[in-house]
Design a protein around this ligand. Structure first.
Ligand code: GCW
Length: 831
């Protein structure tokens, strides 16, 4: 059929109709990277879009192209006439023209080629399937949005790995485990939400980077999702995502046959249990014919599992796999199985060993549609870990690598941390299986061991607040999809692409944002947990602020074993837990000796004295000091970098990110001071540059003349300057006064206070009785107690001081927030 005018107009009417149906629908893909702003360059391509086929996905591709082209051309009407962009599958191209030279393509592969005849210009976007056409359309738009010349395009791409999924950890009540962007877009109050427009927008975002699956719910507490009522709602979600080629999956509770099926057992080898799963899976496929499969967390952190019946993960996985196989579904069985009641007094106990110890012996015992989903490191999404040895330990089993897009241990979206460089290091890491080159990316792609399945899964944490809460955090979602599509892409190139599409094509902006993104992970690592210590955070609580001892002396197994003499976990074969032996001999050789272990993993593998020298001769303790000062300085530099963009980028984005980066710079100081104070006290070895423990410009709350304020000990002590703070128990307010004894001059004022949950306390700074500035402590930060989670720095004022001046902070509590104060600091202002 010849493409007619209706085919052109209808999709536009459809777009307009969608837009009108949701007036004020806040959440759109355009708030992420699908902005399609005019680049200032001519598009140079035809703007009439035609399709050869009628399938939903092909029509979606056409709609996306028209929408994108319209927007990229600044709203200028799309052309009519003979020139066109033509969409079709390989087969449709051959039917149109039997002499077509279009190559044969794999199902998810696309081919874009510009043909220029004497009279007409045509750009063909051909897919090995209709979904691949959609991927081609998005790739085409991605290039145009970056100002690339597509008039002579020849582009052929296919994804490196079959499974490219995001996992949501959404609960039925709409909360999101480890989510930092508000409420769920999928669920609310135990049901699927009525308005699924944001879900469709999310699916657009996912499709634009080639993601083909979305597992909707939390791996913890998943049994409510298999009730018939819930499945009806889940089917609506599948419907909203289907036009974008995103198939949905569900996390399942292995105890469901008992919990919601009423059976007396959930033993996976019991025939009644097997039958229950088969029936349940059929019910799902009746509602959702393209259902992708199940994700399973079992025998882990309190979730039920096959171990209760003396069965193995293979028994459990295979029961689910058997139910799913007739329908084409898969099981993603998580290797995150470990004992969280480990004995910390046992020098041989080691959580890092668990996944390999449990799953390696089962290699080859899993059904063909089972994929073992392994976190990228052996512990738990820490700021730095070695690559999980399990990737090299399963050669007869399909594998997927799980990474975290939501920044649980990496700053919870309040800190800028671009994770693509971390993921890329893991993907490129050579496991040397059998002495041969076996990078992780080839293992999870399935090519290293000739596996039919495999891929990457990103825990996303998408919510209603600007998708990921912070605008720059979206670079992580984007990068996840791009790396799963093509793990050979460089993180800086992905950062560049994302910035051009999201913020601006202005070279100065692209350069600055790319540099900030690229420096952000190393900076965060420097001021949180360097040398392989992992994130030195509160591991039994928020996973956010500093709390160094929280990982020691408990069953969770995130020990770093710091004492007066030294620090680090000995995981060697010769004297430690033997974890190193889980790697291939070529890799184990490197990690077995402290001399050959890379500095950034030294303390993950070895327990060394604080005076141990790193490869450049610096001692471990001095490195801990230096890296924290350097990391905090880098965080401060991000503020200056961002300020250089003023006037060049969207003012709202500028202001929003500026506030976030200023907060981060302050919190990096909290981190810095906590870690250096802690290790100074523990090691007794001073900072050779005299910084740790010496804060000559600070005036402590506990040293002030206090009216109403009470001095308290902060827990953990290292989270407050001098271990103490002042809190105000008086509803009408309290004050802290200091008399200036320093030099005459100009000083930058910083006030370090605790922004607690449960109220919006007010603070006012006065000089000699004149109020100069006030602010409200109304950020949303973890905890009701004052410590490193909520210690916040207010630093916007420069003051002129002379000896005898009186500086005051007035704190006005609100609700449960007692206007707690740590110190004020006066740093000489540089002229
Ligand atoms: O790191 C831990 C998280 C849990 C999470 C678990 C997991 C979903 O703190 O919130 O539970 O990992 O990956 O299963």
């Amino acid at each position: 059929m010849k493409p007619g005018i209706l085919q052109f107009i209808l999709p536009i009417l459809f777009i307009v109709a969608i837009a009108c149906a949701h007036p004020g629908a806040a959440q759109t893909a355009a708030q992420a990277w699908l902005r399609y702003r005019p680049t200032g360059k001519p598009l140079g391509v035809p703007t009439r879009v035609s399709t050869l086929g009628q399938s939903v996905l092909e029509q979606t591709a056409a709609i996306e192209l028209r929408r994108g082209l319209l927007s990229l051309s600044g709203g200028a009407p799309l052309e009519d006439g003979p020139n066109m962009i033509l969409l079709g599958t390989v087969q449709e191209m051959h039917t149109r023209d039997s002499k077509s030279t279009v190559p044969s393509l794999e199902p998810e592969e696309f081919f874009i080629s510009a043909l220029r005849g004497d009279l007409v210009r045509e750009i063909d976007i051909v897919g090995g399937s209709d979904r691949a056409i959609l991927y081609g359309a998005f790739a085409f738009l991605r290039n145009l949005a970056q100002g690339n010349d597509m008039s002579k395009a020849k582009l052929r791409e296919r994804p490196a790995m079959p499974v490219r999924w995001v996992d949501e950890w959404d609960n039925a009540d709409g909360s999101i485990e480890r989510g930092y962007a508000g409420h769920s877009i999928f669920f609310d109050a135990g049901h699927v939400r009525d308005d699924l427009a944001p879900v469709a927008e999310y699916a657009r975002l996912l499709a634009s980077i080639g993601i083909n699956g979305c597992n909707l719910n939390n791996v913890n507490g998943s049994s409510p999702f298999l009730t018939s009522e819930m499945l009806q709602g889940v089917a609506r979600i599948a419907e909203a995502m289907r036009p974008y080629g995103v198939r949905i999956g569900l996390s399942v509770d292995i105890a469901s046959p008992q919990k919601i099926g009423g059976l007396v057992t959930y033993d996976p080898v019991d025939p009644a249990v097997k039958a229950w799963w088969a029936t349940k899976v059929s019910e799902i496929y009746d509602l959702i014919p393209d259902f992708a499969g199940f994700t399973v967390k079992a025998d882990s952190e309190g979730q039920p599992g096959p171990a209760s019946f003396g069965r193995t993960p293979a028994d459990a996985a295979n029961t689910l796999a058997a139910a799913l196989a007739p329908h084409g579904g898969v099981v993603l069985y998580r290797a995150f199985v470990y004992n969280h009641h480990a004995d910390w007094r046992d020098p041989k106990a080691d959580r890092a060993r668990a996944a390999y110890d449990i799953f390696h012996p089962l290699d080859g015992k899993f059904a063909p549609n089972v994929i073992i989903q392994t976190k990228e490191g052996p512990i738990d999404f820490q700021v730095r870990e070695p690559v999980s040895p399990l990737f090299g330990g399963l050669s007869h089993t399909s594998q997927a690598m799980e990474v975290q897009i939501t920044q649980e241990y990496t700053g919870q979206q309040r800190h800028l941390v671009y994770l693509a460089p971390m993921w890329k290091q893991v993907l490129d890491f050579d496991m040397r299986v059998g002495g041969a080159t076996t990078p992780v990316q080839r293992i999870v792609a399935g090519t290293a061991f000739h596996r039919p399945l495999g891929g990457m899964v990103g825990v996303s944490g998408i919510g209603q607040q600007a998708w990921l809460g912070s605008p720059l955090a979206l670079a992580n979602l984007y990068a996840f999809g791009r790396l799963a599509w093509n793990p050979d892409l460089k993180p800086e190139q992905i950062a560049d692409e994302w910035t051009r599409q999201t913020i601006s094509n202005d070279p100065a902006v692209v350069r600055t944002v790319e540099e900030m993104l690229m420096q952000s992970w190393p900076a965060y690592e420097s001021y949180t947990g360097p040398l392989g210590l992992q994130t030195l955070t509160d591991i039994t609580g928020s996973h956010y602020g500093p709390n160094i001892e929280s990982s020691e002396n408990n069953g969770w197994g995130q020990w770093h074993r710091a004492d007066h003499e030294g620090v680090g976990m000995d995981r060697t074969v010769s004297s430690g837990t033997g974890y190193v032996s889980q790697y291939s001999p070529d890799v184990a050789r490197i990690y077995e000796s402290a001399a050959t272990t890379p500095d950034d993993l030294l303390l993950f593998f070895h327990h060394v004295p604080y005076t141990f020298e790193l490869h450049d001769g610096k001692t471990v303790i001095q490195y801990i000091y230096d890296s924290h000062y350097q990391g905090a300085a880098q965080a401060a530099q991000f503020v200056d970098d961002w300020e250089s963009l003023k006037g060049r980028i969207d003012p709202e984005l500028y202001a929003d990110m500026l506030g976030r980066l200023q907060y981060q710079a302050g919190h990096a100081i909290v981190w810095r001071d906590a870690v250096v104070q802690y290790f100074l006290k523990l090691s007794g070895i001073p900072d050779e540059r005299g910084r740790a423990g010496h804060y000559p410009n600070r005036l402590e709350a506990e040293d002030a003349r206090l009216t109403g304020y009470k001095v308290i000990d902060v827990t953990p002590w290292e989270d407050a300057s001098g271990g103490k703070a002042a809190m105000c128990p008086v509803a009408s307010g309290c004050t802290a006064d200091w008399t200036w004894k320093g030099a005459t001059g100009s000083f930058r004022l910083a006030v370090q206070y605790f922004d607690l949950q449960g109220g919006d306390a007010r603070f006012t700074f006065s000089l000699n009785g004149h109020a100069l500035i006030g602010w409200t402590a109304n950020a949303t930060l973890p905890s009701k107690f004052p410590h490193g989670d909520n210690s916040t720095r207010f630093a916007v004022l420069t003051v002129n001081l002379k000896p005898g001046d009186v500086l005051s902070i007035a704190g006005l509590p609100d609700g449960a927030d007692p206007a707690a104060l740590d110190y004020i600091e006066l740093l000489p202002a540089t002229p």
